[in-house]
Design a protein around this ligand. Structure first.
Ligand code: SAH
Ligand code: SF4
Length: 406
């Protein structure tokens, strides 16, 4: 989501006449888009800000701007410890960032290099905020209430991207299933986006399990451009913990949805998030999560260690599991999820798949299959943005090594 916001801000600033610098230190303004979902992500953003202290002081007129969720949470107070930050703009004002920066006093622009590379695959926000208030999560507080972006705005944004060479979009929202604008739901929106000429693939993140329904499943199955990959965060496999987390589904309901998705969308891959060390998570609760992850048939699963966020409902429970125990459970779960990812990737061996050629890393092209398999193969730049047939010859935990089939 921050990547999508940063791109939109860059686009906004360029339309005000700003030029993106290839090297941050050459710039007159540096903007840090921060995250606060876990304590660590916030610390990372502030460490990043700290790196520009000397840069900021080296030349008059330079400005350091902190934006995003950590900026929202910390407010102007952050300037006490970081006096070299000039401007703090929180996540609730994310759409105004470029206008606010453009309206503030300008340094004499020294000029840089125009770097707005073509994004073969781009992120597009379709909604902001969240109304779910999962007890561990700070997102609803820093991003505010859920608002769906008007369909026309989304379509215009995707058309602009496609004119500039984009072939794939990932629609973003904390719960894309609850998209609603003037009677249009996610299925209806997908249908509209599907009609955009030149767009080859549509992805979506995140599908909250509690709102996954047959209409969405059927629409994804029916539309050829809609990718057969669903990110369906589980968080916990214990009903007691799911209740405490306020996730609004049980383990049985979750597995029912997984079954429906698998039955309804041919060749679908499912990925997930799990949260380890929630305050009331006992060894048995953890084991239930472990067992469910093992049998759910995921292709991939992210594992997060619980981080206590002030202001959330779980804050009052305290960080009870303890650092050492959380670490142990985290390691156990990671070894399972790595095994799962590596086994799931093996299904590709010997198969010829269609890959959207997204970006180059040295002589190798990186791209994905429709069902989210990350493929890496030898290829030249002229194929960027094309769908290429690739035969998978080797699999790793997080990637598939292939050869182009001509
Ligand atoms: N809206 C998405 C999640 C967005 S946050 C959903 O509901 O699925 C992405 C992930 O960060 C979550 O799935 C969760 O696993 C993790 N996360 C959120 N709050 C956290 C916290 N306090 N500590 C650790 N991980 C957290
Ligand atoms: Fe956070 Fe829950 Fe909203 Fe996801 S659905 S952003 S986890 S409150």
């Amino acid at each position: 989501m921050n990547v999508a916001d940063s791109s939109a801000i860059t686009h906004g600033l360029v339309s005000y006449g700003f030029i993106e610098s290839a090297i941050p230190e050459d710039a007159d303004i540096i903007i840090i888009n921060s995250c606060t979902v876990r304590e660590n992500t916030e610390k990372q953003a502030l460490t990043e800000a700290g790196k520009f202290k000397a840069w900021r002081r080296a030349k008059k007129g330079r400005r350091l701007v902190l934006i995003g969720c950590a900026a929202e949470r910390l407010g102007e107070g952050v300037k006490k410890s970081y006096p070299f930050i000039d401007l703090v703009i929180g996540a609730k004002k994310i759409e105004e960032v470029s206008a606010i920066i453009a309206a503030s006093p300008q340094p004499s622009l020294t000029g840089g290099e125009i770097v707005l590379p073509v994004k073969i695959s781009a992120y597009v926000n379709i909604m902001r905020g969240c109304n779910n208030f999962c007890s561990y999560c700070i997102v609803p507080y820093v991003r505010g209430a859920e608002v769906s972006i008007p369909a026309d705005t989304i379509i215009a944004e995707i058309e602009r991207l496609v004119r500039n060479g984009t072939k794939e979009v990932t629609l973003l929202g904390q719960n894309v299933n609850s998209y609603t604008f003037q009677g249009l739901d996610l299925a209806g929106l997908l249908e509209k986006i599907h009609g955009i000429d030149g767009l080859l693939r549509i992805r979506y993140l995140t599908n909250h399990p509690k709102d996954m329904n047959d209409r969405i499943i059927k629409t994804i199955a029916r539309l050829p451009k809609a990718c057969n990959h669903i990110h369906l965060p589980l968080q916990s496999g214990s009903d007691r913990v799911l209740g405490l987390m306020n996730r609004q589904y049980t383990k049985a309901q979750y597995m029912d949805i997984v079954k429906k998705i698998k039955a309804g969308i041919p060749g679908v891959s499912i990925s997930s998030d799990v949260l380890i060390g929630f305050p009331e998570e006992t060894e048995q609760d953890f084991q239930e999560t472990y067992d469910l992850v093992e049998k759910a048939g995921f292709d991939f699963c992210y594992v997060f260690k619980f981080s206590l966020r002030k202001g959330t409902a779980a804050y009052d429970l305290g960080d009870r599991v303890g650092k050492e125990e959380k670490k142990k459970r985290h390691i156990r779960m990671l070894s399972l999820t790595n095994r799962i990812a590596s086994e799931s990737n093996k299904r590709f061996i010997g198969r010829t798949v269609e890959v959207l050629a997204e970006r180059m890393e040295g002589p190798r092209m990186l791209g994905k299959t429709m069902d989210n398999g990350p493929v890496d193969f030898l290829c030249d730049r002229s194929f960027l943005g094309k769908i290429i047939k690739v035969k998978i010859v080797e699999t790793k935990v997080h990637s598939l090594i292939g050869e182009m089939v001509l």
